[in-house]
Write a protein that binds this ligand. Structure first.
Ligand SMILES: Cc1ncc(COP(=O)(O)O)c(C=O)c1O
Length: 299
């Protein structure tokens, strides 16, 4: 899809740049910290959004679909990115939003609608079971209403998404030891961990409270995408700051300090929690002196 994107004038910054961060705390411990700036891939389809969509859009086109349908909460980054990708690459898009319609639309949904996405709403009980193969009625009803479409799962995480994310470590030209990413559904981690060399490991930081269940999701995605699981990753579950899309004064102070020292405003739902977690692990002496740590800025 990158070829088609370029042909349609969608300029993607791939490979995304890698930047070293000069930071006293890490320097004192002789740890080198690098940022893999996936947030710079495209302003409207940034970070792991493009990585996850790339091969899915290719599959949709190959299968002759002209419509994408996907799911998300009312503030979903994935909904926005799918709307933008569809607009730029010539797909119609349908966004199935969890819960009741609220008017006026919030800025995320207003943006998706401005990119041509048709919005529809699904009650929370149906939304919870929509993926369960024992309950095919929810998806069948969507086909009855909207006809043929290529279905992207919530958060965009499926096998093809994991394969797209596997390209992140492939693009890093130097030998690193640890690669870190945020974790919401596990698709990004599943891809990254599958593509590491022997001796390298991945650490993911759950943006959700109670993220322990994510390891099983990652394993399942790896099995489906790559035929095997990898045992080279861990998921840190203590840096959720109260839960998904919750923020504390401490997290905000960290974001402000990082911006002042490094000139980068960290996306707070996922990326800031990861960066805070990396710093906390460094302070605890988890990384040996000389460790090269790459943090993937996923959005
Ligand atoms: C900026 C950002 N980082 C990380 C994630 C989590 O990625 P995953 O769902 O693949 O674990 C998301 C959500 O998809 C996100 O929007």
């Amino acid at each position: 899809m990158e070829g088609r994107a370029a042909a349609l004038g969608l300029e993607l910054r791939i490979p995304s740049p890698v930047e070293e961060v000069e930071d006293d705390l890490f320097a004192r411990q002789r740890i080198r910290l690098y940022l893999k700036r996936d947030d710079l891939i495209h302003p409207e389809v940034p970070g792991n959004k493009w990585r996850k969509l790339n091969y899915n859009l290719e599959a949709a086109a190959d299968l002759g679909h002209d419509t994408l349908l996907t799911f998300g909460g009312a503030y979903s980054n994935h909904i926005r990115a799918t709307a933008a990708a569809g607009h730029h690459l010539g797909f119609s898009t349908i966004g199935v939003i969890r819960g009741e319609e609220r008017l006026p639309l919030n800025p995320s949904l207003a943006y998706a609608a401005s990119r041509g996405m048709q919005l529809t709403y699904m009650d929370r009980a149906t939304y919870r079971v929509k993926k369960n193969p024992k309950n095919p009625e929810a998806i069948e009803a969507l086909h009855q209403q909207f006809g043929d479409f290529y279905l992207l799962p919530e958060g965009g995480s499926n096998e093809l998404a994991a394969r797209g994310c596997a390209e992140i470590p492939q693009e890093i030209a130097f030998a690193f030891d640890v690669i870190c990413c945020p974790c919401g559904t596990g698709g990004t981690l599943a891809g990254i961990a599958a593509e590491l060399q022997r001796g390298q490991r991945a650490i993911a930081f759950s943006a959700l409270k109670g993220g322990q269940f994510l390891a099983a999701e990652v394993d399942e995605l790896q099995r489906r995408a790559f035929g095997a699981t990898s045992d080279n990753y861990t998921i840190e579950c203590e840096f959720h700051f109260g839960g998904f899309a919750r923020k504390t004064a401490e997290l905000q102070a960290f974001i402000d300090d990082f911006r002042q020292r490094h000139g980068l405003t960290l996306e707070w739902v996922y990326v800031a929690k990861m960066m805070y977690g990396i710093r906390a692990l460094a302070e605890r002496g988890v990384f040996q002196p000389g460790t090269r740590v790459v943090a993937v800025i996923t959005g």
